[in-house]
Design a protein around this ligand. Structure first.
Ligand code: MLT
Length: 411
């Protein structure tokens, strides 16, 4: 019989959002009359922007005609999209990224989960704690994390606690690490890294020859001026950083699937002989072997967000979700809860009421208020005592969820 990958057996029993979905399903089955409001997984609820929908329709029509039909596309994305990304996402920030440093994909989740494949199995990984579970689980699967101890930590992973005392900004590692995952604006805490803090990370990575894996999937939510939207706004970052971006949370592509990863030509690791090895060709090799590109139709839809009409509609979507975030923040603060995030990110990071763990609060809100959030401890040990709500819900659901939570809080 085939032996399984033993590292999968070291994973916590289920993926966080699957576990939540299971608990909600069980509750709904037992209480079919309950109208459950889901503010757990960060999934968008507004329809695609009309400019995107039009572009999708036009692309479908192209695929219906012999003269404009397309089969396999370029593995790393069509030029029409990578050149728009280079110009609008980077050129507009004064940052130079070439189209052949941009790899279009079907999701930042996939890319941030797959990127570890191009690094050695014994690389030491540092993660913020709490963290988006994909970064950790993909390294557990690859055998890089070691053994889970009874504090809920893997013994080969460097955890960087992001807590209220440090403003949810990760401290620099105090031991040698090779790879650091950073996500800013942060999922789950909603915190941002200001320019000085990001500069300190880039300088540290250059000094220690580490690679920063920077997830900027929520950059469109940054409201405060001066907060970097891309790590490449920091001098020297092209030598040490890979950046992940996504159309999911900005243009509503969670179900449509389009994202991109930037791997600058300068960023490198070391081969077994100690020689520098550029990551860009390695990632190209990986993607061209295991991935056949995002559908032409979808890339056409994504390209539409860069024209005036598309940009305006995307801004409206983001404004809508940020208004939800404000409604949640203001409502829960008024109810006496301590609330973080929701200012430059769609996530609200709520301190649980005294005496209630993250899962206690999850159960209380599910059973009493029929509201689903995400227990902070699901994102890591430092998330214990917190609870995440998203601004991605429908407006009336968001308002009702806040009203229901207020009346169900322990007195
Ligand atoms: C989340 O809720 O953390 C995100 O929706 C998950 C994701 O983007 O994959």
């Amino acid at each position: 019989m085939a032996r399984v990958n033993e590292h999968y057996l070291k994973l916590k029993s289920s993926y966080l959002f699957s576990e939540i979905a299971r608990r909600v399903r069980d509750f709904q089955a037992a209480h079919p009359e309950a109208r459950i409001i889901r503010l757990g997984i960060g999934d968008v609820t507004r329809p695609l922007p009309p400019a995107v929908v039009r572009a999708l329709h036009e692309a479908v029509d192209e695929m219906a005609r012999a003269e404009s039909f397309r089969g396999y596309g370029p593995e790393t994305g069509y030029d029409f999209l990578t050149s728009l990304v280079a110009e609008h996402d980077y050129g507009a920030l004064g940052v130079s990224v070439a189209p052949d440093e941009i790899f279009v994909s079907d999701g930042a989740k996939q890319d941030s989960g797959n990127i570890q494949e191009i690094f050695a199995p014994d690389c030491v990984v540092a993660l913020t704690d709490p963290v988006y579970p994909v970064y950790l689980d993909s390294n557990v699967m690859a055998g890089r994390a070691g053994v889970l101890d009874d504090t809920g930590r893997y013994d080969r992973v460097a955890y960087l606690p992001c807590v209220a005392e440090n403003g949810f900004r990760p401290p620099l590692p105090d031991r040698r690490v090779d790879l650091v995952y950073l996500c800013f604006p942060n999922n789950p805490t909603g915190a941002v890294l200001e320019r000085d803090a990001l500069r300190a990370w880039v300088e540290w990575a250059r000094q220690h020859e580490a690679v920063l894996l920077f997830d900027a999937a929520y950059e469109a939510y940054i409201r405060e001026p001066g907060v970097p939207h891309s790590i490449y706004e920091i001098e020297g970052a092209r030598e040490v950083a890979v950046e992940f971006r996504s159309f999911s949370k900005s243009a509503g592509f969670t179900g449509t699937r389009c994202a991109f990863t930037v791997v600058p030509k300068e960023v490198a690791g070391r081969g077994p002989d100690g020689a520098r090895v550029a990551l860009n060709p390695l990632w190209f090799r990986r993607q061209s072997t295991k991935f056949n590109g995002v559908p032409y139709i979808v890339q056409k839809g994504a390209a539409a967000v860069y024209a005036d009409e598309g940009r305006r509609q995307v801004r409206e979507l983001i404004d809508f979700y940020m208004d939800n975030a404000r409604i949640i923040r203001d409502g829960l603060e008024a109810a006496g809860l301590t609330v973080h995030g929701g200012r430059n990110a769609p996530y609200i990071w709520v301190k649980t009421p005294p005496g209630l763990s993250s899962w206690d609060f999850f159960d209380l809100l599910l059973t009493e208020a029929h509201v689903v959030g995400t227990p902070g401890s699901g994102f890591g040990p430092s998330g214990e005592g917190y609870f995440r709500l998203t601004g991605f819900g429908r407006r009336e659901d968001t308002e009702e969820a806040v009203a229901r939570i207020k009346t169900r809080l322990p007195r």
